[in-house]
Ligand binder design. Structure first.
Ligand code: SAH
Length: 208
């Protein structure tokens, strides 16, 4: 079986060409085998810079978006990161290399079971998962240094803002339908600073 060395190198070059310069992020994307996170029939497309369908009408994000969001979190290796929307587990696996611990919530059990199997297979031990509605966050684990959403709420849930540490960073798609942007939120002593990064298209966050 191919180890996709050539395809991986091509993808790294594409991402560099698109302005991704963070070497830690690029090397994490090279280390995590995206082909193990996509359905077997799509394995040959795993290193294309495209989002791909996983099960249950969900998607694994485009590598460029994974790179942008991961870089925006400015990880040093010491952070506790909360992710909403485990999906295939790919984004969590990338974060596991760049932070201390990842807490990831997924509401669809079959996806979570598969993601956990992948973490086990890849010997990733610093990802803790939970089945449930991520819009309420993970109160027992809060506060978090970083929070990332990989499904889009109409508006960022207040519970998640409350679980972000002062000086913490959150990155999330926000908005419905065609009106979605990636937003970067920083918590300061005085409140929250919010910045729109680029238009995006994520699956919706479903509450409950
Ligand atoms: N990070 C994932 C992307 C998965 S797509 C990856 O790298 O593959 C977004 C995921 O968010 C889907 O799996 C969907 O089931 C999940 N999701 C939607 N609403 C949610 C909610 N309220 N809480 C937790 N997960 C949710």
């Amino acid at each position: 079986m191919s180890d996709f060395t050539y395809e991986k190198a091509q993808l790294t070059m594409t991402l560099r060409g698109m302005g991704i310069t963070d070497s830690h992020v690029l090397s994490a994307l090279e280390q995590i085998p995206r082909d193990l996170f996509v359905p077997p029939a799509l394995r040959d497309h795993a290193y294309e810079n495209a989002s791909l369908p996983i099960a249950l009408e969900q998607t694994i994000s485009q590598p460029y978006i994974v790179a942008i969001m991961t870089a925006a979190l400015q990880l040093t290796g010491r952070e506790r990161v909360l992710e909403i929307g485990t999906g295939s587990g790919y984004q969590a696996a990338i974060l596991s290399l760049l932070s201390r611990r990842v807490y990831s919530i997924e509401r669809l059990r079959p996806l979570l079971v598969e993601a956990e199997n992948r973490f086990r297979k890849l010997k990733i031990t610093n990802v803790t998962t939970k089945l449930g509605d991520g819009s309420v966050g993970w109160p027992e684990g809060a506060p978090f240094d970083r929070i990332i959403l990989t499904c889009a709420p109409a508006a960022i849930p207040v519970a998640l803002l409350n679980q972000l540490k002062t000086d913490g960073i959150m990155v999330a798609p926000e908005g419905r339908g065609r009106d979605q942007s990636l937003v970067l939120i920083r918590r300061t002593e005085d409140g929250f600073e919010k910045q729109e990064v680029l238009p995006v298209k994520f699956v919706p966050l479903i509450e409950g």
